[in-house]
Write a protein that binds this ligand. Structure first.
Ligand SMILES: [Zn+2]
Ligand SMILES: [Zn+2]
Length: 300
């Protein structure tokens, strides 16, 4: 087969064309968000220095990886189609027959409730935390940090959310106004918009609210787990607020200065956890100790 034939075959290979189209969409959406968030950050007195950092470029790489559909193609599509066929009996569509607006609100409430508890697990389990650390290692929070997740962390959380979402039925995200509100809330929560959004922050996760989740201050460890809604944190006693935002973000003892390290370091962390567990193997209880919080990863 000649080079010409190979390049022709690649150009007409549907998955590759889909990812190429996804990259263009990711670029267009990214540019819109960049300008909207940048203007809001400037207007609210927030810093914009994060856009001149290496950490921002790492998150842009993650943005293209997830938003282009590449992760879906590599890991998720085949697995979820397999899982979906095996768990078809769970498709109860329990909110499917309701009025679209009621269905939308109920779907968001139930899906976000699950998301809150999955996030708590991401901090409570040593195994999952090792990979969730990639999200927390970012010291220069920016709008694209929303998608900075290690593929293993992403895979675990999507799998855990898959079953409850199957029982709920199709997502109401096709309803454009709701979709836009959710996209805005999710994509601005790692931005430096300094407004507190008043009473809205009692319901939605605002950038102010989520910033405490990434704080290096021990008083903020294991707080503000909410994904879209902050009501769960208020309900379960994990909400924290203060008149000033945290001065530093990231992890004290785990650094990920390069894009490659954001992928590799979690595996090293996992090995450290296993070594610690086996060094405590004389005491079976200690061998399964779980970390107390995201901000307190085992030292080393
Ligand atoms: Zn977290
Ligand atoms: Zn976050």
């Amino acid at each position: 087969m000649s080079l010409r034939q190979i390049s022709d075959a690649l150009l007409h290979w549907a998955p590759l064309r889909n990812v190429a189209g996804g990259c263009l969409r990711a670029l267009a959406v990214g540019i819109v968000f960049y300008f909207v968030v940048y203007l809001l950050e400037r207007a609210s007195g927030g810093t914009t220095q994060q856009y001149r950092s290496r950490g921002f470029l790492q998150d842009v790489a993650y943005w293209f990886y997830y938003r282009s559909g590449l992760n879906q193609l590599l890991f998720m599509a085949a697995f979820f189609s397999f899982l979906g066929s095996r768990l078809a009996f769970l498709q109860l569509r329990i909110v499917g027959s309701l009025h679209p607006i009621v269905r939308g609100i109920l779907w968001i409430l139930l899906a976000d409730f699950c998301s809150y508890w999955v996030h708590r697990l991401q901090h409570a389990s040593r195994f999952v935390w090792a990979f969730h650390a990639t999200h927390h290692a970012q010291e220069q929070l920016n709008f694209a940090t929303t998608v900075r997740f290690h593929p293993v962390d992403h895979f675990i959380s999507d799998t855990l959310k898959f079953v409850p979402q199957m029982t709920l039925g199709a997502s109401p995200m096709s309803w454009l106004p709701l979709h836009l509100v959710m996209e805005f809330v999710l994509n601005t929560q790692h931005s430096r918009i300094k407004w507190r959004f008043g009473v809205l922050s009692r319901v939605f996760v605002t950038p102010w609210f989520h910033s405490f989740h990434h704080s290096t201050d021990p008083r903020h460890y294991n707080k503000n787990f909410g994904g879209l809604l902050s009501i769960w944190d208020h309900m379960f006693g994990t909400a924290v607020d203060a008149p000033e935002q945290p001065s530093e973000y990231g992890l004290e003892d785990v650094k990920m200065p390069t894009l490659v390290s954001t992928f590799v370091v979690p595996f090293r962390l996992l090995r450290q956890f296993n070594d610690q567990a086996s060094s405590n193997s004389s005491n079976a209880r200690n061998a399964i100790v779980i970390p107390r919080s995201a901000g307190e990863p085992p030292r080393g």
